[in-house]
Design a protein around this ligand. Structure first.
Ligand code: FAD
Ligand code: NAD
Length: 471
């Protein structure tokens, strides 16, 4: 006997949970189906453990970087088992927010089984058959494994197994220098591992290259061996369990050998749920959706990592709000990613919202770029964190992009997210009073630099001299 719901959500990760909480509290009858842990990637194998590990690395680094303040530096004693207990402790502290009990408290029917479409408007989960007015696929993604010869024969790590390590790697090799690769390279290096970071292109290829260069310099200064434009020709394991990554250079073949290998080479959407039976179109990049997040089956929506588009927890959360409007309130809401921020949580952080300089110059008229370096900021000087810059990009005076790289860049980004979302001009940001001495002054100074020539130029000087002659 089929059970009928207003909304059936498949996947209890960042997207599915936000939607289930909102929809149930607004009075909808909701089924939420989850085949694994409640909380999905973000809580269990993604954002939360990675940021907890980075925080441990940061704590270790404080010991090493005190000399500039007149305090003798020291090499910290890292108890790796205790570090990993800290990571698990952070997950455990957040887990109640995502728990089955909490969602049942909202009135959600939580079903713990793999879901599969059996037709255009029915899903099976365990021994249950679910029908619903609307379905939302929120099944997330899994680490993509590149077709490197020999990779299948070594016990490589992915984000699903990395946080289960019990011993610190002596030498961690990482394939992929995107956000996952860079963040984990720094965390493990600071915790005492040797780290080699390999990418077939440059590090952080999706970011402003000037900003990525600041991160590259910081990672290299901490002793991470970065090999860019690496053509990985094969991987093999020797009798002692050591793993060798072979790099085909132009004239010779280089080898890197270590005890652990992390694959962080992008993501593959989770699409193994009978999408074809429901007439839901998909590509290897994910489920195809329109701007209302509708799939080719008009009863079915898709959000988060499983659809084609940006893969962030806050993107999945934002999209759940769009679904509430479309599927529950029957309002034709569309997604707009123009002000979607993203942050790489290395130290220094790299934060971006809106268009990068290159994207704006390629696509918009009247583009101007306003930079301000951290070394011109008094707080950055006091804290000896002068690396980095702010870059504000405008088109005909309207703010269309902001790039921050430096200490706490992710926190500095948010006023700019608001400004872009509200289509503000640069003057809206220069008028605000910013507390002294804060790093936030960097953004304001970048914006103000646009007006320096007009404010302190010959015309203004002439005008002030003329006004000075008046009684
Ligand atoms: C190491 C790492 C670090 C990251 N750090 C950040 C960060 O700092 N900030 C950020 O914004 N993003 C970060 N991300 C990305 C973020 O984790 C994802 O964008 C986010 O989790 C996507 O949410 P989702 O709901 O689409 O998928 P998920 O959170 O993965 O949830 C999908 C759920 O669906 C379930 N599921 C799949 N198939 C089925 C099925 N057939 N039946 C039932 N259930 C199913 C899965 O078990 C899973 O629980 C990180 C990712 C990784 C891997
Ligand atoms: N701070 C954050 O918000 C955060 C952190 C981690 C992950 N994420 C999300 O998860 C997604 C996945 O992260 P990611 O770092 O795995 O992916 P990514 O796609 O951003 O980067 C993967 C990197 O691997 C490289 N690569 C791919 N195949 C390769 C090969 N055969 N040899 C060498 N290099 C190869 C690519 O050139 C690229 O630089 C991100 O795009 C992001 O959406 C976000």
């Amino acid at each position: 006997m089929a059970e009928r719901y207003d909304l059936c959500i498949i996947g209890a990760g960042s997207g599915g949970l936000s939607l289930a909480a909102g929809a149930a509290q607004m009075g909808a009858k909701v089924a939420l189906i989850e085949r694994g842990e409640m909380g999905g990637d973000c809580l269990n194998t993604g954002c939360v453990p990675s940021k907890a590990l980075l925080a441990a690395g940061h704590a270790a680094q404080v010991f090493r970087s005190s000399a500039a303040f007149g305090i003798a530096p020291a090499e910290p004693q890292v108890d790796f088992a205790a570090v990993m207990a800290h990571v698990k402790g952070v997950i455990a502290a957040i887990a109640p927010n995502d728990s089955q009990e909490r969602f049942e408290g909202f009135g959600v029917d939580v079903i713990r089984a793999p879901a599969r479409f059996t037709g255009p408007s029915a899903v099976s989960a365990g021994d249950r058959t679910i029908t619903a007015k609307r379905f939302v696929v929120a099944t997330g993604s899994t680490a993509a494994i590149p077709p490197v010869p020999g990779l299948g024969e070594v016990d490589y790590l992915t984000n699903e197994t990395l946080f289960e390590l019990e011993q610190r790697p002596d030498h961690l090799m990482i394939i992929g220098a995107g956000p996952i690769g860079c963040e984990m390279a720094q965390a493990f290096r600071r915790l005492g591992s040797a780290v080699t970071l390999l990418d077939r292109g440059p590090i952080l290829p999706n970011e402003d290259p000037d900003a990525a260069a600041v991160v590259r310099e910081a990672l290299e200064a901490e002793g991470i061996d970065i090999i860019e434009n690496a053509g990985i020709s094969g991987v093999h394991k020797d009798a002692n369990g050591r793993i060798t990554v072979m790099l085909a250079g132009q004239s010779q073949t280089l080898h890197v050998t270590g005890d652990k290998l992390l694959v962080a080479a992008g993501r593959r959407p989770n699409l193994d749920l009978g999408l074809d039976a429901a007439g839901i179109e998909h590509t290897p990049k994910g489920i195809k959706v329109d701007r209302r997040l509708r799939t080719s089956n008009r009863r079915v929506y898709a959000i988060g990592d499983c659809r084609e588009g940006p893969q962030f927890t806050h993107a999945a959360g934002y999209e759940s709000g769009v679904i509430v409007q479309n599927a529950l309130l029957r309002l034709p809401a569309k997604v707009n990613y123009a002000a979607l921020p993203r942050v790489v949580y290395t130290d220094p952080e790299l934060a971006q919202v809106g268009l990068s300089r290159a994207e704006a110059e390629r696509t918009l008229p009247g583009v101007a770029v306003h930079d301000w370096p951290f070394h011109e900021n008094d707080r950055a000087q006091a804290e000896r964190r002068t690396e980095g810059f702010a870059r504000i990009v405008t088109s005909k005076g309207r703010i269309v992009g902001a790039t921050f790289v430096g200490k706490n860049a992710g926190e500095l980004l948010h006023p700019w997210t608001l400004a872009i979302g509200q289509k503000r001009k640069l003057r809206a940001m220069t008028g605000a009073i910013v507390a002294y001495p804060t790093l936030s002054e960097v953004g304001k100074r970048a914006a103000s630099s646009a007006f320096t020539a007009a404010l302190f130029g010959p015309s203004m000087q002439r005008a002030v001299r003329w006004l000075g002659r008046l009684p």
